[in-house]
Design a binder for this molecule. Sequence first.
Ligand code: AMP
Ligand code: GLY
Length: 421
Amino acid sequence: MNILVLGNGAREHSICWAVKKSKDCNSLYCIPGNAGISDIAKCENINLDHRNELLRFCNTKNIDLVIIGPEQYLENGLSDYLKSKNIKVFGPSKKASKLETSKSFAKKFLKRNKINTANYREFSSYESAKKYVSFLKYPIVVKVDGLAAGKGVIICKNKKEAEDSISLMMKKKKFGSSGNKIIIEEFLEGYEVSYFAFFDKNSFLKLGYALDHKKAYDNDNGPNTGGMGCFLPSKKITKKIEEDIHKKILLPTSEGLKREKLVYRGILFFGLMITANGPYVIEYNVRFGDPECQTLLRNLKTDFLALIKSNIEDRLEYMNIQKDKMSVVCVVLASKGYPESFKKNKIVRNISKAQSIKGIEIFHAGTSLKKGKVISSGGRVLSITSKANSISSARKLAYRALKIINWKWGHYRSDIGQKNA
Ligand code: AMP
Ligand code: GLY
């Protein structure tokens, strides 16, 4: 098959890496890709808003399958468009993507199907939202309805913070039209797990979980980011918790989708809070997580392309997933300053030396090539993944690789996988 992957993160690099290992992969392309991806795939620069150009590219290169990484393309309906042109796509329809692109849509689905989620109210009026928060017990969580690159959620400790957040979202329009509607919900106490399963028209197939570290600095200090690192497995996720996730979250989601005739084809990412009362859904995402994908794919033994093919052909019920039972850690090397402002175009050295450590696989995010050298071009720059017999051994490997890279323009957390492992 000739495969095209869309996206430019470390997630997409790991997807390309997994696809490339498949015996069915003939040519591999990526739009737009990055410096690391260009080592294993042909990277092309096509503006995806110009769909005709994308279609022409697919036809010229005889693309058999397009794998969509980021949610934005799904919200824009790229999956539906390509399908309408008879091109196979991995990535749900615009309609099914509403599970991520509208929190209001997701919350209603969860409540209708009696799946545990925080109690909430939604508001389209600034005045009513403001009135509502004067009577609440704190903390509470205020969220914009639409996509906001992981930034549209504010945990408020008191009424003042809640009013400021509502004003930021609805009056100042910090998140644009994503804040036309907001959700105000109860605060859930517990720890978070990212859970992944492939869903098709008939059934679902579990890929597994990873534990993400969303805050920028050690000990969960600093602002939220896209994810600074993750690991798997965790001793905290007992058999009982996994059973609860299956019974209380995955099954009713699958049954709800069927009952409501909402066909979901693709990977579904459950952002879960494990509370004293069991797992609750914080959010659905309609794509792989970044950096979770980088760790999950390192343990995957089943041919990734075969899995994807069975998913888009509604044959998941006949597949199973084989995985290595190893510990995997991913530490993100970000530009100094990320998630706020940071410098770009800084040379990153020693990547291949670090990559040569047994057990290490380095996936690129914000990198590009300049005169043959890798330079930084984004907030998250590299995902250093390591695979070993235990989390502590994997941690040692990853941090050894980071010492070798020794990038003075970057920062990373030193405590990935230390807690909850
Ligand atoms: P979301 O974009 O909905 O995943 O929210 C981003 C982050 O905000 C989550 O990963 C949690 O850390 C936090 N969060 C969201 N909703 C809640 C909630 N109801 N209770 C506690 N924390 C939350
Ligand atoms: N790491 C969280 C996400 O991809 O949304």
